[in-house]
Design a protein around this ligand. Structure first.
Ligand code: UN1
Length: 516
């Protein structure tokens, strides 16, 4: 471990979170085991090996499934508000571990420390949200057409919920799913990204404390640090009622088809290709802040990252010049150092994809007004640091239609708002969108049914940074899933309609007579 990283207290953080030099990647609660191969987690911050993890083998998988099924039989009998109490305790633990977990997220994934802490805050927020929802799992009651009959609906837990998450939010997405799945009475099995296994082990260690302190059975919360073959097993397994998948559209398409094939349920959070429309009535200062944070925050590796700016011709040059100036001031470097704005990409594969996208863009005619570059030299030894860049493009370029998980921002000029909205919608993805305007008519048109076709549409806020409480997710190739707010708890339950006859007759519905 380099001296520099020692200064940031990483060793102590790993110790506090129960991360050892060698870790077991399977846990069903208090028990840890691992029969698979070993993977190594390297930090994109400095390229150092953080720790090793022994992954889950096929025999571990079956043990986890069995533990989950057994735990479900018990857990579903605990009243929902009492399950909420368990989630409340997780929220408390997360408050206690916030600094350590935030730092680990920053060190293993590469996002800024502030964003790492923000991610843990999202975990705390979803716990608070879920505690409240645990007392509100209500269905409708209806008036029956038959006398002396009562009709109502109720929601029951699904069973085992499988959660497959990506590297870019290595802890929050787990909690979005688990907090709601648990209050609904489900048990969960998490397959985290192999790029951030230590974040997953740390979360499981924290949850294990809660399970132990409450004497709860093994198998309510399990983790499988495993390769894609085990992931595929989970997707294909009839015993897993719901798969919540976060990742690329390419993989999500297969997951969705496989789960549907066995009539399982899925929640999909796939790629985004998010745009901000900057109109002639925009507050330019706010627009610049929103655009720059949206494009370079998490080094452009959020599914909500701003990838396109659609700018009115009358303010185009002003916005462009100010962006170039703002990009010139960006400090790129160790994300644990709070004076830096931009950290590294997750790994050198991501760096290659960034370079490929720039090359492709140039071939198609993209005009780079801030050039991209892979940074070299002191502080950049991991090879994962890149310069955020900006290019003027046409929306129809193939590369612009594609989500590149890197800080590449595309500028597109427009004349009328209708044209801007059409450009905004003219991509395969439909996650997040925004308009910057002080004009009520423009804002309302953007939010209307003739406006943005995305799951998230904001006014005078950028595309990223959605808060817990609103349903999060998107349309089209983003997959249609919703998480972490509103009434999405319903996705984690099965609905049942009940009709009760409290008379001595058996009248049939729809006026049908059946005399014996
Ligand atoms: C993601 O990138 O997968 O809205 C999730 C945001 C965060 C979540 C992003 N709250 O930017």
């Amino acid at each position: 471990m380099s001296k520099k990283v020692k200064d940031f207290g990483i060793e102590k953080t790993l110790k506090n979170l129960g991360i050892k030099d060698e870790n077991k990647g399977t846990s069903t609660g208090g028990k840890y085991f691992a029969s698979g191969t070993t993977i190594e987690s390297y930090s994109p911050v400095d390229g150092n090996l953080i720790a090793k993890v022994k992954t889950s083998g096929a025999s571990d998988y079956d043990k986890v499934l069995e533990a989950a099924q057994n735990a479900f039989k018990e857990f579903r009998l605990i009243p929902a508000p009492k399950r909420g109490e368990i989630v409340r305790q997780l929220g408390q633990k997360l408050r206690q571990y916030k600094n350590d977990l935030g730092k680990l997220v920053s060190y293993e994934m590469g996002k800024s420390l502030q964003e790492g802490l923000g991610e843990v805050q999202e975990m705390i927020d979803i716990c608070d949200f879920a505690v409240g929802v645990s007392r509100q799992l209500h269905g409708y009651t209806m008036h029956s057409e038959r006398p002396g009959h009562r009709m109502y609906e109720q929601y029951h837990p699904l069973g085992v919920v499988g959660i497959i998450t990506a590297f870019n939010f290595p802890v929050a997405v787990w909690s979005w799913n688990t907090a709601l799945a648990w209050i609904c009475g489900n048990v969960t099995i998490w397959k985290p990204s192999e790029k951030t296994p230590l974040c997953a082990i740390a979360c499981q260690n924290i949850m294990n404390e809660v399970l132990k302190e409450n004497n709860l059975p093994e198998g309510i919360s399990s983790v499988l640090v495993a390769d894609h073959e085990i992931g595929q097993k989970l997707v294909d397994d009839k015993r897993v009622a719901l798969i919540s998948f976060t990742g690329s559209t390419r993989v999500g398409r297969m997951v969705s088809a496989n789960v549907a094939q066995r009539f399982g349920k899925s929640i999909l959070e796939l790629g985004g290709n998010n745009a901000i429309i900057i109109t002639q009535d925009a507050d330019i200062n706010m627009s610049i802040i929103g655009a720059v944070f949206g494009a370079v925050g998490t080094a452009g590796q959020r599914c909500t990252s701003t990838r396109r700016l659609i700018i009115h011709e009358s303010v185009y040059d002003e916005v462009k010049n100010r962006l170039v100036k703002a990009y010139g001031q960006l400090k790129i470097g160790n994300p644990l150092d709070e004076s830096n704005h931009v950290g590294p990409l997750i790994d050198t594969d991501a760096v290659n994809m960034y370079q490929e996208a720039i090359k492709k863009g140039k071939k198609e005619g993209a005009k780079f007004i801030v050039e991209g570059e892979v940074l070299k030299g002191k502080g950049y030894e991991s090879g994962c640091y890149v310069k955020p860049c900006i290019a003027e493009v046409k929306n129809s370029y193939e590369i612009v239609q594609h989500e590149t998980f890197a800080p590449i921002l595309y500028l597109i000029k427009y004349k009328t708002l209708e044209e801007a909205i059409a450009i905004q919608n003219d991509v395969p993805q439909g996650l997040s969108s925004a308009i910057m305007t002080q004009n009520l008519r423009e804002a309302e048109l953007f939010l209307s049914h003739a406006g943005s076709d995305c799951g998230i549409a904001n006014v005078n806020i950028g595309t990223s940074g959605a808060e817990i409480g609103g349903a999060f997710g998107g349309e089209k190739e983003t997959g249609g899933g919703r998480e972490s707010g509103s009434d999405v708890w319903k996705y984690y339950m099965r609905r049942q309609t009940n009709t009760i006859n409290y008379t001595t007759n058996l009248p049939l519905a729809q006026g049908i007579k059946f005399d014996l």
